[in-house]
Design a protein around this ligand. Structure first.
Ligand code: HEC
Length: 191
């Protein structure tokens, strides 16, 4: 009798595990579908604005447009979405929490081990304030256009640099190279 209930219990546990893994895959796919399209939109907007109006005029793309697009998507989905980085320009908005910092550090290790940074991501169900939520984070790569404002400080136009210095006294988001990880797009969704 004991043996039988043990077998039933462990079979159920295995089944539950299988369903769980499927749920996680579905959650990840759905999160990607709703969150990731924002990334290429911001890059395209940045490229266009820099080309047409110059880098100083493109500051609002990273400062206002990107957060706005995420806010709109948050309103549509009911999920919390933001950009974070281990080296922030705006620490008030972009400082990662412990989970995010851990994933970003792990992304750097995974990239050093040869994973493509464009597809680096992590997703996990965690308990926050007694409730289960799904957390997802995707690496944001540094492309050519990003270097105008996040590249080596000595390569950044003086007028642009002083403009940035005025708004961001604690800026550590310089010195990036193409192909590095600038930060992450992070999502928290209630379950
Ligand atoms: C024209 C200048 C400019 C360019 C070009 C630029 N950024 Fe930014 N970036 C900023 C500014 C300004 C902020 C601070 C925004 C704020 O106040 O929240 C910022 C913030 C960020 C943040 C939020 C985290 C933080 O450091 O505060 C990320 C992520 C980011 N940029 C990624 C990128 C990527 C990726 C590119 C290239 C596609 C890019 N940026 C190009 C000016 C720029």
């Amino acid at each position: 009798m004991f043996r039988r209930s043990f077998v039933v219990a462990s079979t159920l546990a295995v089944l539950a595990g299988a369903v769980h893994a499927q749920d996680l895959d579905a959650l990840k796919a759905d999160t990607r579908k709703n969150a990731l399209p924002v990334l290429p939109k911001v890059v395209a907007m940045m490229q266009e604005t820099v080309a047409e109006k110059g880098a100083i005029e493109a500051i609002p793309v990273c400062k206002e447009k990107a957060p706005l697009l995420l806010k709109e998507q948050s309103a549509k989905t009911g999920w919390d979405m933001r950009r974070v980085s281990l080296r922030t320009r705006n620490p008030e908005r972009g400082t990662p929490d412990v989970w995010e910092a851990r994933q970003l550090a792990d992304f750097n290790i995974r990239a050093a081990n040869g994973e493509k940074i464009e597809t680096l991501e992590a997703g996990e169900i965690v308990t926050e304030n007694g409730k289960q939520i799904y957390r997802y984070i995707r690496a944001v790569p540094v492309g050519d256009v990003c270097l105008k404002c996040h590249g080596a400080p000595d390569k950044i136009e003086a007028s642009l640099k002083s403009q940035l210095a005025k708004s961001y006294p604690h800026d550590t988001a310089f010195g990036y190279e193409k192909g590095q990880i600038r930060g992450g797009l992070t999502v928290k969704r209630p379950l």
